[in-house]
Design a protein around this ligand. Structure first.
Ligand SMILES: [Zn+2]
Length: 347
């Protein structure tokens, strides 16, 4: 590859037509996106970063040792001779194509509708099982909004998702060995959907099997979407109050739990029953932003056909990361790199 000469490159740019210049801008933007991931990985091993010292002996004396196959800086410990790079001891270590994981993360956070595992496998040229594993690693590393991030007018509401045990072997195990495997608390959902027969409700009624998520938004583009245990005061205030700035104003649909939370925490609270305002409600106070977030969540979840409830919290954070104005795929990648070594499990 020829050496990069800035003066020569500048002369080449000066000769381009406006149309060619636009093409060149697109190419540079693509190249910069590819380089951003490498820069992010290299930054972990910079002085003061989490991978700056030797992973084996902890020594700080080190020399540069070329670049890895993927272009990241390799380091060599002057004490024990071990080599490492910014992606050692991260979920990206020993992944043969980290560039594909980065491409997947970009699609998951920035595409209008993320690719399915099968489509992702076709587009990226990897196995659909790898795509699924990478996707779960990426969304598993996402974190809730930092404390006191949502400021100004904060809107809150709950979203619902039917409980799911997708992939569960409980029923099969119970049928094979009823002594050691207790009977599951309900039948499979398909058993309640019999056509022609009488409609049978699951034990406790349908509402008892709804999983809840709390959606919180502000007007600056911050979004929180956290799974909560129930719609009780302890669960909602535990998810809502930490992310709200102390001087924020709360707008809700007037659910009695929010009234109590606002009263106890002494937060100004505007209740819009069924989205309707009274004459005393300022025009700026509405719950349209949070309602839009929840309706986008329904559309976002549709292709997954009800993911297992054990993963619901991660899916909620994924949706929040996609809607957050200040979150990019690089933010997701940073969290993935910081989430510790990959668990040695087969899934
Ligand atoms: Zn060492």
């Amino acid at each position: 590859m020829p050496r990069f000469e800035p003066a020569e490159f500048g002369r080449l740019l000066a000769r381009l037509t406006p149309q060619e210049l636009r093409q060149a801008e697109g190419l540079v933007a693509d190249a910069r996106k590819r380089a951003e991931a490498v820069l992010e990985i290299d930054a972990r091993a910079d002085a003061g970063g989490p991978a700056a010292s030797c992973p084996r002996c902890g020594g700080d004396a080190r020399t540069r040792w070329g670049r890895t196959r993927t272009g990241t800086q390799r380091w060599n410990c002057s004490g024990c001779g071990v080599t490492w790079s910014g992606r050692s001891d991260t979920p990206l270590a020993r992944v043969h194509r980290p560039d594909l994981v980065v491409a997947l993360a970009r699609d998951m956070i920035e595409a209008p509708q993320p690719m399915s595992c099968r489509r992702g496998a076709e587009v990226l040229g990897a196995s659909r099982h790898s795509i699924w594993r990478w996707r779960m690693a990426i969304i598993g590393a996402l974190k809730p909004e930092p404390d006191a991030t949502l400021a100004g007018i904060v809107e809150a509401d709950e979203a619902h998702q039917r409980e799911s045990r997708k992939g569960s072997r409980e029923w099969v195990r119970h049928r094979r060995d009823p002594v050691n495997h207790p009977v599951p608390p309900r039948l499979r959902w398909r058993a309640y959907r019999r056509r022609g027969g009488s409609a049978v409700a699951p034990p406790g009624g349908w509402r008892a099997w709804e999983k809840k998520l709390l959606a919180v938004t502000d007007r600056a583009g911050h979004r929180a979407f956290e799974a909560i245990a129930d719609a009780g005061q302890a669960a909602i205030s535990g998810a809502l109050l930490p992310v709200m700035a102390p001087d924020a104003v709360l707008c809700t649909d007037g659910f009695v739990t929010y009234e109590r939370i606002a009263k106890d925490a002494r937060i100004p609270h505007f209740a819009l029953n069924a989205g309707r305002r009274t004459e005393r409600t300022p025009r700026s106070h509405h719950i349209n932003t949070v309602n839009a977030l929840i309706s986008r969540f329904r559309a976002f979840m549709q292709p997954f056909c009800g993911p297992a409830s054990k993963n619901l919290a991660a899916y909620g954070r994924w949706h929040a990361a996609r809607s957050n104005a200040d979150r990019s795929y690089l933010h997701a990648l940073r969290l993935l790199l910081a989430s510790g070594p990959r668990a040695n499990t087969v899934c």
